[in-house]
Design a protein around this ligand. Structure first.
Ligand code: MG
Length: 381
């Protein structure tokens, strides 16, 4: 019989949430549920160690997993695992951090296999970063990283042996950051098996947000009867007729602004910069774009790359594309190589083909840029 213990009692202080981070949603689903979905079919029972005050909230998430039940945890991770070990019935026990939602079936199977073959199985990865010993903001030693591994979960053991190790550690008043430490100190050196880089731990606020957000926008402006230029991407281009607009009629920038706002889950430009507002009469759309860039920055978002398509029968845009890209790069604060502008005609079809107006499309990829955490600042990073 195999028991899985999922640790869900952490406070997640570093994630900066008011509540338990594993009850927080990732892509709309509580983080804890990801682990339950993997362990429930592979274990005979799943014990979710949670804070006594959260038994009900955690219990509600367990309904789809009939072999899972909440267990009141303690004030430390070790206390919680110890309580769950005593409540568990399996000969083999697999301990997993609920904050690692991307655990896979393969890792769980490899963990069980390692316990059966070697008596224990600790998921671990070779280090890719150099590890330094730090004192008061200075590096005092850089040991060879070959002697180190980054330890993840799941970690599997025979329950009696792990329980025995925990009891001896408790008697000595020693606290360990996970089971591999307890087992190494009071049983035997645990056996490693190869982890997966995707099995990352959600720790900081940015870990909980999908890193990238895509946005799409479109805008059309009709040609006026008069005028001598159109403005596209901030560049004035000679034209037999201007575009009709309340602002400067920069349809490409308007499409881009809508794409940016949309990527941030915000309303459209008509909402923030209404036609009815005299402030925007004849407005320089590049200035409005700069405002939108600032609005996204307040949400911790910035554009990574931008793709714009301009569909116009005339004027000819090819000679102006590089200048247009540079103008956008300056306002978006990204390299010009991150901007693509395609210009084409509509093969004389429809309103664009008849020369009645211009249509622009824009897509943008935005990424989250988070400020450093207070803990990082305190450590001098
Ligand atoms: Mg417009």
């Amino acid at each position: 019989m195999i028991s899985a213990i999922v640790c869900a009692a952490g406070r997640g202080t570093r994630a900066g949430f008011a509540g338990n981070k594993v009850l927080h949603g990732y892509n709309g689903l509580p983080v804890l549920c990801y682990s339950l979905a993997v362990f429930s079919p592979l274990a005979d029972e799943v014990l979710v160690a949670c804070a006594p005050g959260e038994l009900q909230a955690v219990g509600a998430l367990l309904t789809p997993y009939p072999n899972a039940r909440p267990v009141p945890g303690g004030s430390t991770r070790g206390e919680s695992v110890y309580a769950a070990l005593r409540a568990a019935k399996g000969e083999i026990v697999l301990v997993h951090d609920a904050a690692r939602p991307f655990v896979t079936d393969k890792l769980v199977r490899d963990c069980i296999e390692s316990v059966k073959r070697f008596g224990s199985g600790v998921c671990a990865l070779p280090l890719s970063d150099t590890v330094a010993q730090v004192l008061d903001g200075n590096i005092v030693d850089v040991p060879p990283r070959e002697g180190f591994a980054a330890v993840q979960t799941p970690q599997g053991f025979y329950r009696c042996r792990l329980l025995g190790a925990y009891e001896r550690a408790r008697a000595d008043g020693r606290v360990f950051s996970d089971e591999s430490g307890v087992y190494a100190a009071y049983a035997e050196p645990p056996r490693l098996f190869l982890g997966e880089r995707t099995n990352r731990k959600l720790t900081y606020p940015e870990d909980f947000s999908p890193a990238e957000r895509v946005g799409f926008g479109t805008d059309t402006h009709a040609f006026a009867q008069d005028g001598d230029a159109v403005v596209l991407c901030g560049v004035k281009i000679p034209s037999a007729r201007a575009l009709k607009a309340h602002s400067d009629g920069d349809a490409a920038v308007h499409a881009l602004m809508d794409a940016l706002l949309s990527a941030a889950g915000m309303r459209d430009i008509g909402f923030y910069f209404p036609d009815s507002d005299a402030r925007f009469a004849g407005a320089d759309s590049m200035k409005l774009l700069a405002e939108v860039v600032g609005m996204l920055a307040e949400k911790g978002l910035r554009a990574q790359n931008v793709s714009i398509a301009i569909v116009a029968e005339r004027p000819r845009l090819a000679p102006y594309i590089e200048e247009m890209k540079q103008k956008l790069a300056d306002v978006l604060h990204i390299p010009v190589t991150q901007i693509g502008i395609a210009a084409g005609t509509n093969e004389k079809l429809g309103y664009v083909g008849e020369g009645k107006g211009i249509t622009c499309f824009a897509t943008v990829l935005c990424s989250h840029v988070f400020p450093r955490t207070d803990a990082e600042k305190r450590r001098g990073f």
